[in-house]
Design a protein around this ligand. Structure first.
Ligand SMILES: [Mg+2]
Length: 229
């Protein structure tokens, strides 16, 4: 780990009172087939909602939307389908077999002295199901888990509002909170309001010059927890 990154994590250890964790891609890694699985799910959800077209046609539309916008959620927005109408159905179709590796243990999370909360674009049901599957039930209290429906479907990349909402609910100042994400674009608004920001790289190259809104980058969540414990 670079000296500047170790120093940044050392400052967080001293100052932070909240470790706010993204869930998917931060607690674990998806398999290479996951994107294709999401294309399947989008088509299934669209059919269930009565959108005309064959499975293959709708799958192709979803795939195009993903390639264009970088999110497999965009297809629903493009078609004018309200998020309240598809988000839960989507997560019902999500299969846990596409999780390739679960990175963090209950012990590592419990050893971290900074209180933890989760803020995810997934729904609460998926998060709690996966926490249970990987033996992490009770590691994060239920009132510290924020699924997308708990924050009025506000996306992290869309602005600071969702971060303000969660910090207010937990009564923590932005300057005392660390946001941890595998998605870089979600970290920009967090930094804008003065949170510490950590990117989970999964081994990708990181340059602070290119991403000045990122305070520290680590390969996996346990690398950060180790630095904070
Ligand atoms: Mg993520």
């Amino acid at each position: 780990m670079a000296a500047s990154i170790s120093k940044a994590i050392g400052t967080m250890r001293q100052e932070a009172e909240l470790l706010l964790l993204d869930f998917d891609g931060t607690f674990y890694h998806f398999t290479d087939e996951f994107d294709s699985h999401c294309d399947d799910i989008a088509a299934k959800v669209l059919i269930e909602l009565g959108v005309p077209g064959t499975f293959e046609e709708l799958r192709e539309k979803g795939k195009e939307s993903y390639q264009k916008h970088g999110s497999n959620f965009t297809i629903f927005h493009t078609m004018g389908i309200k998020i309240q109408d598809w988000h839960d159905i989507y997560h019902c179709y999500l299969e846990e077999s596409y999780i390739s590796e679960f990175h963090v243990t209950a012990r590592q999370l419990r050893d971290c002295t900074i209180p933890i909360a989760i803020l995810s674009h997934s729904n609460r049901s998926w998060i709690t199901r996966m926490l249970e599957k990987f033996g992490l039930t009770d590691v994060v209290p239920h009132d510290r888990i924020f699924g997308l429906e708990d924050v009025d479907y506000l996306f992290k990349h869309d602005g600071e509002k969702v971060y303000r909402r969660v910090l207010e609910a937990l009564d923590i100042a932005a300057s005392k909170a660390i946001m941890v994400e595998d998605s870089l674009r979600n970290l920009r608004p967090a930094k804008k309001i003065g949170m510490y920001t950590v990117w989970i790289t999964h081994g990708k190259e990181f340059s602070q010059d290119q991403h000045p809104y990122v305070d520290a980058a680590v390969k996996r969540l346990p690398d950060l927890l180790q630095g904070l414990t």
